[in-house]
Design a protein around this ligand. Sequence first.
Ligand SMILES: Cc1ncc(COP(=O)(O)O)c(C=O)c1O
Length: 494
Amino acid sequence: MARRDLLLSAEALRRLAQTPNLDQALASLDWANLHLWVSPVSLALAGTPIPQALRQRLTVLPDDPALLLSDAFSEATLLDTYARRFGIPYVVQPPPECQAPGVSVDDLLNHPDTLSFFQEPVRFLDLRAQMPDVLNGFLSGLQEVLANTAFVQGKQVQAFEEAFAEYLGVRHVVAVNNGTAALILPLMALDLQPGDEIITVSHTFIATAEAISFVGAQPVFVDVDPRYYTMDPAQIEAKITPRTRGILPVHLYGQPADMDPILEIAEKHGLFVLEDACQAHGAFYHSQRAGGWVRAGTLGLAGAFSFYPGKNLGAYGEGGAVATNDDALAQKMRALRDHGSFRKYYHDYIGLNLRINNLQGVVLREKVKHLDRWNDARRHWAQRYRDLLQGVGDLQLPQEAPYARHVYHLFTVLTEHRDDLLEYLKAHGVQVGIHYPIPIHRQKAYAFMGLEEGTLPVSERVARQTLSLPMFAELTEEEVSFVAEQIQNYFRGV
Ligand SMILES: Cc1ncc(COP(=O)(O)O)c(C=O)c1O
């Protein structure tokens, strides 16, 4: 159970002090996970003797004469100030209906009517925070779209494709309606046959494998590197068979997979490489082959990006894109995303409707101007987390590979206490996430592959231990320190 820190009001203290069979009631509480705090003022206001059994459970906070002398003094403002100052997330203030005799100690300390959470939780992601950067450009673009009523795949999408191609340093960007489509589209263009195999990872979002399955091919999973959580290139060759057609590494959490050895193996065996860059907009990989730093998603035959709103580059809705330097592939993908046609009602291929709406072109074109600055801010917060959390408990902090410039789409830590820490942080005002709790080979959808627990031990362990902390460009020093402090507090109690 997560530890609860509670700041008691005078009324809460009075009610506790007057509980019948207090010693017994207190003995039944889980003190390893409960801490009661009280201000000297509330102690005085309680106006009742505090039995020894309760007294020894209380931590009395230091007095603050300045607060008492303020004109606006009330116990409520005092509790609020103390809770904030000492980082105590819950204040216990029983309202009149909870003051009837017979309310148990347990009820008093746990009842939602008596507890108030005094802080705004630190959000996992706050999409409101970047609006000011984007709003003006978005509103003028919106007016343009409304004026010319080209709502789908119009001029704004084309302008974004050009801007993003320039940003990435590739010849072509083909925008589509989500990241899953951005994975499917190049695979469709490659005319895979049923039974063809594509080597990928299991520790990723399911869309990576779904795209392979959707085109009738078979995902073949290799494990991830235990330091960086991306494809372990040393495991690829053992999985190559005569049916292998390609390799699909994932630049997970914003860190590029080790592309040079992957590209070398692909070249040696005549395989294509499709990069899942859905979490790595703007990240760099240092490639010996390319002779320097290159953007993630531009090294293989093609790279797939997602613009799901929470991504480092996110649309105001769904969006995605494929980046490539291959002219013929780009041309075919442009047709395939639009029912296989180059000319309306003339269809050269069996395609799909994977078109993106034009308003997303406006948003993305505006946002791409800010992407490097936002990524720099994410890197700054990642470093702050690392400074504050180094050596805390059993935490394994994210490491940047020597060949990578990570853009921290997610900041994930590993701990054996993951589930417990997650509950603790939620109870202490920190929103967190798990990416991802079950590796793909252990998902029900892929049970048909018959891959038992133990097949991919690193992926399985990471899934059990990974926890994602709040991460977005507009985090504040207070928020990052608060998150780190809660984690430190948790490990003090373990
Ligand atoms: C690694 C990875 N691949 C693919 C996708 C699919 O993108 P979308 O949700 O835009 O379809 C995502 C999105 O979360 C992702 O994180």
